[in-house]
Design a protein around this ligand. Structure first.
Ligand SMILES: Nc1nc2c(ncn2[C@@H]2O[C@H](COP(=O)(O)OP(=O)(O)OP(=O)(O)O)[C@@H](O)[C@H]2O)c(=O)[nH]1
Ligand SMILES: [Mg+2]
Length: 289
């Protein structure tokens, strides 16, 4: 059985860093895992591992921009269209890997996940080849410092999930940037949003974070924004599709927990005993809920 994990999420969320740590961990556990680079703009030096399959061998953004006169975003769209027209190339490249775990490092252009048909088409092709596929969606912990930014992250995760319809895991990356302050009784970071129980309200998004108090409302003169916030609150209350697993790469347990959830959602090695994912209650942030 072949497995594919798509590592997706907005620009700079830590996708490539997570991918490298994931590979290191699997290889250390004597599992064969390989990097697939799907980012036609990735600089070669940005990989800790050499990709075994690299979209840049098929089409590179530099060439598309230089020779066809596209800008970076139009160029990326061109590269993906080119990939979809040349699925036999990918199929052939993938043919070399049996019984392996392939980790697909994806580009950070958010529109790729929310409304282009590229990833759904790619996933259909992987499934047609009998590859068991799941996706991870990363947003970075700094999003928790601004609740509007955070909820736009939640909505983008939701939209990407609905677009792809495959097993899906949302990850709050770069937790090392908040855990250092989490035990500070004064609340640590700006807005006092970094205490553990506050963090838990973000990992399992509490729509009330968006609900405004009358005092806050007085500061937001435009009634339409208030109505919009309330609509989003109701959407998330009625469809609690999104919760995040915290990922702190400075803590090996955290990475292992995330990987155990990925394994479980793909039923990795189902011929063996199925493994329950490690319980988050053992983890850091749920205990104070
Ligand atoms: N503190 C901290 N920084 C991180 C972590 N992961 C990534 N970074 C930093 O965040 C920046 C972006 O990381 P990348 O892994 O390149 O992010 P990406 O999602 O692959 O970015 P794009 O491919 O450009 O969309 C880099 O400067 C990393 O060093 C983390 O766990 N903790
Ligand atoms: Mg990257």
């Amino acid at each position: 059985m072949r497995y594919a994990v798509l590592v997706t999420g907005p620009a700079g969320a830590g996708k490539s860093t997570f991918t490298a740590s994931f590979l290191t961990h699997l290889n250390a556990s004597k599992r064969t895992a390989h990097l697939v680079n799907l980012d036609p703009a990735a600089a070669p030096s940005s990989f800790e591992y050499d990709p075994v399959i690299d979209i840049k061998d098929l089409v590179s953004l530099d060439d598309v921009m230089g020779e066809l006169g596209y800008g970076p975003n139009g160029g990326l769209v061109y590269c993906f269209e080119y990939l979809l027209q040349n699925m036999d190339w990918l199929e052939e490249e993938l043919g070399a890997y049996e019984d392996d775990y392939l980790i697909f490092d994806c580009p950070g252009q958010i529109e790729l996940y929310t409304h282009h048909p590229f990833l759904p088409t790619l996933v259909q092709n992987l499934q047609r080849l009998g590859i068991r596929t799941c996706a991870t969606y990363l947003i970075e912990s700094q999003f928790m410092e601004d609740r509007y930014k955070f909820f736009s992250g939640v909505l983008s995760a939701m939209s990407a999930m609905v677009n792809l319809e495959i097993p899906w895991i949302n990850i709050m990356s770069k937790m090392d940037l908040v855990t250092a302050n989490a035990d500070d009784p004064s609340g640590g970071g700006r807005n006092g949003l970094r205490r553990r129980k506050d963090i838990a309200r973000y990992l399992d998004p509490d729509p009330l974070l968006l609900a405004t108090t009358p005092a806050q409302r007085a500061n937001v003169p435009n009634e339409r924004y208030h109505a919009l916030s309330q609509a989003i609150v109701h959407l998330i209350e009625d469809h609690p599709l999104v919760s995040f697993l915290p990922l702190d790469l400075t803590n090996p347990d955290s990475l292992e927990t995330v990987i155990s959830h990925i394994d479980y959602t793909m039923q990795y090695g189902e011929d063996e005993e199925p493994k329950e994912p490690r319980d988050l209650d053992e983890g850091d942030f749920q205990d104070l809920e």
